[in-house]
Design a protein around this ligand. Structure first.
Ligand code: RIB
Length: 310
């Protein structure tokens, strides 16, 4: 990497309250947690940290509350080398998430948006020059959809590649007819977005890509091969095989690492291998941000894996 690619992330910042549980609670069930902990998360900040640790020159546009968590959060990101002058403070509460993680590392999350929902299209427009100068714009859907739509339209008009993880997936997004370069989705999001089963997506990938309205569609499938659908065909790229401890933030680590590799000009297959390794490493520790890997660790894992395409 000759120069660190300039990545702009627009997204959420949350405080994550995590409960380790034997299984994700069923409706009406009461469970006793075996451990609890609090750490910093939010899909936007997780993506930003992942991109910074993967080698990007990262700016995060977002909003935290005027509470202690908000001040602490900005300082945490600043000390991680992320440009934070674009993070506003509004309202009493920084966003928070309540997360159950089971014995297999699988999770269920409920988010209370707090200050994240104070980020408006006008705030995004204030950073038009910054967005236009980015090598990639990376987003998810924990901020208001009109804000995301405005950012995407600024980037698209300037020819800046847009990478979007449509999570949490909403019917408003599905109806919004937003066109982006790259969609990164997990299996659940992909099947819901295009109204096709996994088997149908495998059999008719171009129908899925057309329904998703993107140039390239990347579907992560946990330990199964990541599916990459482009106009030129499909790739199936096996991730490193690991035993997950905690999958929270693994998708964000994948997205942040992919954005850096893609913006750095890496070919699609290589960029997905890099992102697969980042996502796998992110499952090896507890909490979203503490387990996000650095570039050297990602490259070392890529080097140890032969991977496979099909
Ligand atoms: O993707 C994981 C993230 O989702 C957590 O950090 C939590 O804050 C929610 O936003």
């Amino acid at each position: 990497m000759l120069q660190r690619p300039k990545i702009v992330v627009i997204g959420s910042l949350n405080v994550d309250h995590t409960l380790r549980v034997p299984h994700i609670p069923a409706p009406g069930e009461t469970l006793t947690a075996t451990a609890t902990f609090t750490c910093l998360g939010g899909k936007g900040a997780n993506q930003a940290l992942a991109a910074a640790r993967a080698g990007g020159d990262v700016t995060l546009i977002g909003c935290v509350g005027e509470d202690n968590f908000g001040a602490r959060y900005i300082e945490h990101l600043r000390s991680a080398g992320i440009h934070t002058g674009t993070i506003m403070r509004a309202g009493p509460s920084t966003g928070c998430a309540f997360i159950a993680v089971d014995d297999t590392g699988e999770n269920g999350i409920v988010v209370s948006p707090g200050a994240n929902h104070a980020l408006t299209p006008i705030h995004v427009e204030e950073h038009t020059t910054l967005i236009r100068s980015a090598a990639a714009l990376l987003l998810e859907l924990e901020c208001p959809l009109p804000t995301v739509l405005r950012a995407v339209s600024i980037a698209v008009a300037a020819g800046v590649p847009v990478i979007l993880n449509p999570s949490p997936l909403t019917s408003e997004f599905i109806q919004a007819h937003m066109e982006v370069n790259t969609l990164i989705l997990n299996e659940h999001e992909a099947t819901a977005l295009v109204s096709m089963t996994r088997a149908e997506i495998d059999a008719e990938p171009q129908r899925a890509r057309a329904a998703a309205r993107c140039r390239q569609m990347i579907i992560t499938r946990g330990g199964d091969p990541t599916l990459v659908i482009t106009a030129g065909g499909i790739l199936k790229i096996a991730p490193p095989q690991v035993i997950p401890v905690d999958t929270v933030g693994a998708g964000d680590a994948f997205a942040g690492a992919f954005a850096v590799a893609h913006a750095d000009g890496m070919a699609l297959e290589g960029a997905v291998r890099f992102a697969n390794a980042a996502g796998a490493l992110a499952t090896q520790g507890v909490g979203a941000q503490p387990s996000i890997p650095w570039r050297d660790a990602i490259l070392a894992l890529v080097g140890r894996c032969n991977g496979s395409t099909g």
